[in-house]
Design a protein around this ligand. Structure first.
Ligand code: PLP
Length: 376
């Protein structure tokens, strides 16, 4: 099997599986218990918290372990709106993950919030002047994605953070695809909240974290026991949390070295595809992008049919974001960029991993050429 869908999920590394196994088989106590088995689990929890914090330049008390980025994102927006109940306006964008869009839709339809969804350019860029203009006195939070999960386009988050600060509005950053693929420094960024997901960085599905700049003023979404220093009720999922800590240590020790090689492999692949299929183009290619992501537009080629064909050849790619794939509608991200449902339904997402090889990409390119010939 050739796997080119690392933005959907990543395989856990051997070391991650080992840690998870030891949490399941040996160190399985409840971190809140006062006897030694519990204390050992507590030590593992502290260690994982320390690893996440040091990888992202945050303080350990700023890390809240969650069930994944969907919960992190919901929690961040919830905390901001509960902190300023008189403010009934939210700014986000049209190209967010559904975790953000659906929570904003919910606040809008159930609680009467006004939501501004910023448009993007044809190449997926955000207009910073428009962002500044749309922030109002009653804006409770700005929530924006750092690196897009479908196109890999990276937004200038330091500038966005500066704009939010100068307007006195909290900022939540969806850094799910950024973490592990580019330098993320929570301390320097100056954002109020930052979300990450375990299964995008070699840890496990159902794990994630929310980074909170000011934990003293955090308003929890989940109420229960006093776990996570009172910021999230519920017994900590130690096998998942231990795995997340180790995944962060691995990311930190690899220091992004391997991604530069992947960026260059991706460049060769994109050039080869455009050479063999002259009508093909890459969404967002003129922008700063994650090193691993290609959003490939193949005019006249149904992307779902291409995904099925490639699957039969043992190659996994996607026709959009995995969370949206059961929905009939084609990618809202590509639609927001191109204003065309047709283009959105003729776009493939190819996302490489650190171990992807030139041979695998050559194989994908030749199967794509073959499929276009058959399909046309
Ligand atoms: N945000 C982005 C940009 C994502 O790519 C994803 C997952 O695809 C999420 C949020 C949701 O993450 P999780 O699967 O951990 O809930």
């Amino acid at each position: 099997m050739i796997y080119f869908d690392h933005n959907a999920t990543t395989p856990p590394s051997g070391k991650v599986v080992e840690v998870m196994k030891s949490q399941l088989l040996d160190n399985w106590g409840n971190p809140s218990s006062s006897y030694r088995l519990g204390a050992n689990a507590r030590d593992a929890l502290d260690e994982a918290r320390g690893s996440v914090a040091s990888f992202l330049n945050a303080r350990p008390d700023q890390i809240v372990f969650t069930s994944g980025a969907t919960e992190s994102i919901n929690s961040a927006i919830h905390s901001a709106v509960r902190s300023s109940p008189e403010k009934k306006h939210i700014v986000t964008s049209c190209v967010e993950h559904s975790a953000t869009l659906a929570y904003c839709d919910y606040l809008e339809s159930v609680y009467g919030y006004e939501v501004t969804r910023l448009p993007v350019s044809r190449e997926g860029e955000i207009d910073l002047e428009l962002l500044a203009k749309e922030i109002r006195k009653d804006t409770a939070i700005v929530s924006l994605i750092w690196a897009n999960n479908e196109t890999g386009v990276i937004w200038p988050m330091a500038d966005i953070s500066e704009i939010c600060r100068s307007h006195g509005v909290p900022l939540h950053v969806d850094a799910v695809q950024a973490v592990g693929k580019m330098h993320v420094d929570f301390g320097a960024l100056g954002a109020d909240y930052l979300s990450l997901s375990g299964h995008k960085i070699g840890a496990l599905k159902g794990s994630g974290a929310l980074l909170v700049a000011d934990p003293n003023h955090f308003k929890p979404l989940l109420h229960g026991g006093k776990q996570e220093d009172g910021l999230r009720g519920g017994t900590e999922a130690m096998p998942l949390i231990g795995a997340l800590g180790v995944a962060c240590e691995i990311c930190a020790s690899e220091a992004f070295g391997r991604w530069e090689g992947i960026r260059s492999l991706r460049g060769t692949f994109e050039a080869m595809v455009k050479d063999k299929l002259p009508k093909a183009s890459i969404h967002g290619a003129g922008n700063e992008r994650l090193p691993n992501t290609t959003s490939l537009y193949l005019p006249g080629i149904d992307s779902d049919a291409a995904v099925t064909y490639l699957d039969q050849k043992g190659i996994c790619v996607s026709s959009g974001s995995a969370c949206m794939e059961s929905a009939i509608a084609p990618s809202h991200v590509i639609f927001s960029m191109t204003k065309s449902h047709e283009i959105a339904s003729e776009t493939l997402r190819i996302s490489l991993g650190q171990n992807s090889t030139k041979e695998e990409l050559d194989c994908l390119a030749s199967e794509l050429v073959q499929f276009v010939k058959l399909y046309a």
